[in-house]
Design a protein around this ligand. Sequence first.
Ligand code: KE4
Length: 425
Amino acid sequence: MTGRSHEVMERARALFPGGVSSPVRAFRGVGGEPFVVDRGAGSRIWDVDGREYIDYVLSWGPLVLGHAPPIVLDALEQTMARGTSFGIPTALEVELGELIVARMPHVEMLRFVSSGTEATMSAIRVARAVTHRDVILKFDGCYHGHADSFLVRAGSGVATLGLPNSPGVPDALAALTVVAPFNDLSSTESLLASHDVAAIIVEPVVGNSGFIAPDPAFLPGLRALADRFGALLIFDEVMTGFRVAYGGARERFDVVPDLTTLGKVIGGGLPVAAYGGRRDLMECVAPAGPVYQAGTLSGNPLAMAAGIATLTALTPALHDRIAARTARLVQGLRECAARRGIPFTADAAGSMWGFFFRAEPVRSFAEAKTSDVERFRRFFHAALERGVYLAPSAFEAAFVSAAHSDADVDETLDRLDAALEASDA
Ligand code: KE4
């Protein structure tokens, strides 16, 4: 990057590790220097040098209505005039909680927190407390935030940076996390038979190894195995919630987890996440029960207002419209790659999608890693040069918003077709 973006990043690198507030933003997975964003509106973002992009990262998932939707801005304006934080119960928390439970009735009770990491770390604390077991079972390439127990063969930025685990996580703690390949029920069963597992935690559709869909038998199989071995089943829906279906993965796959974690969309771009599920489990959380978890800004009124506005606007009809556009984009990309004879596989679930430069479909992180990551890097930059912003990593999912029009999809397909040609070896 040149111009003002470069100037700002020079200063940022002196202030922040890698010049960023979160590792995946640093373009380490694709090379080069990130642009500095100036503003967003609808499906578009502009960098500080005035370049415009059609955005398919959407703040890594939260912006299901697109950038700066008027309904959210109005809600924020009205709310902030009454104060920005209280640390006292507000009716806004109840309103957002009721909107979530109405769409996800298996979430009988929930607690708001401020990040997906807080949600997942709290969910496994509940699971360990109620089962009196310590071991957590996760899947290779899944990312559940940066709490110590999850930084074991994780996806997202951990995979992007090639960090198999993270220094600073005590071996004794890492040993309490066992890892199976996604879509592999046999390995999962073996681990459950040889460890007292408190909980299985899974991204029902993996968005942190690139996009990987579950085999039809996988999630029902996890439910049956969890029941058989006395472990809880946790759906980490921080990314899939309100994206893979109007009611999330539980609705799409008809499998009911014991606990669910949410984030991203439920805050509409402000810091909101939540964990919840069976009432008997959640009533173990302080102050109702002994499992302690707390947060100064949990249930923050501004964040609640943004979430209420977002979920209120996201009707079943709007969800279906975004999902249809996502499917058209993915099919169009498949056709572009096929016309050019490029090994390419792409998939979508609702408004979440992804692709790999590999001929065969991807069913696990190990398979994702055999895709042509170098080709992805060239394609990413060719797309960026043509005004399409994709996730700067081969191991991330992409998203579509209500603000992406049919014309945006047509324009995107033209630009990405040109990027495929330009990025040919
Ligand atoms: P946060 O702590 O970043 O709010 O949420 C952690 C998390 C938990 N579970 C799932 C399934 C997630 O996808 C995430 C966070 N996702 C990444 C991107 N894949 C956030 C982007 C980043 O790390 O900067």
